[in-house]
Design a protein around this ligand. Sequence first.
Ligand code: T3D
Length: 262
Amino acid sequence: MDEHPVLVERRDGYRVITLNRPQRLNAFTEAMHCALRDALAEAESDTTCRALLLTGAGRGFCAGQDLGDRLSAAGETSVLGGALETYYNPLVRKLRALPFPVVAAVNGVAAGAGANIALACDMVLAARSASFVQAFAKIGLVPDSGGTWFLPRLVGPARARGLALTAEPLSAEKAEAWGLIWKVIDDAALLTEAQKLCAEFAAGPTIGLALIKRALDESWDNDLESQLELERELQRQASLTPDYAEGVRAFMAKRKPIFSGR
Ligand code: T3D
């Protein structure tokens, strides 16, 4: 039993959540799922938390499900489905729905559900030495945690199929070139850059940023007409926020805006 499978650090306006089972490349156990679920719920209920950084301890980001938990002493595996319903699917839904930006700092290999949890975050920064592996096909499983949804949308159908069917590792540099992630950063600078981005978000117009997340997410299911209507409604909501008024006032006064997050 790991003592602290997830570490939480409170910073000025944002939190850093670190997956912390480095000896297993931060593979998910039930205990780690529960700790992560609690950490995300606490961040969401903290009104001073306006961004989140998710990263991994040690040389990996996350190797997906801990396969040690999937083999009985007799060498048998059991039927899956329950774990997705109880842990992985709620985690992906929560990461997408948090009312502030979530940044993944992929410090090393991200494999299986670990890769797709990173893709569920709003922005992915990856260390130059990191890689992304849709490891599922190597063990007879199907990409989960939203992988079959994110991959074709991010890299197109041909590359999504190649990644999912071959389980070949994709380097961070190629992931950036293919549009799978936002940016590759030199290893030594990864955390500093990710923290800088989170600090910028933490000083940003939080409600407006949450509405941007929503508009982009809903666009996948909308035709242009429905999306224009959604934009009209979300813009109406954004225009009611004090931060919008502050943004316009600051622009006209040629000064930096001071956003309150409201
Ligand atoms: O079951 C359900 O609930 C359904 C949900 C499924 C979601 C999934 O994520 S299924 C996919 C599970 N993940 C994988 O199949 C990935 C397995 N790992 C690997 O393929 C490789 O470890 C990596 C490509 C990620 C990294 O390779 P490498 O060579 O850099 O490291 P390594 O030597 O393989 O791993 C280091 C240690 O971590 C090693 O332990 P040891 O030998 O030092 O004691 C290795 O066994 C352990 N480790 C890595 N991944 C896992 C793991 N242990 C348990 N589960 C893992 N997923």
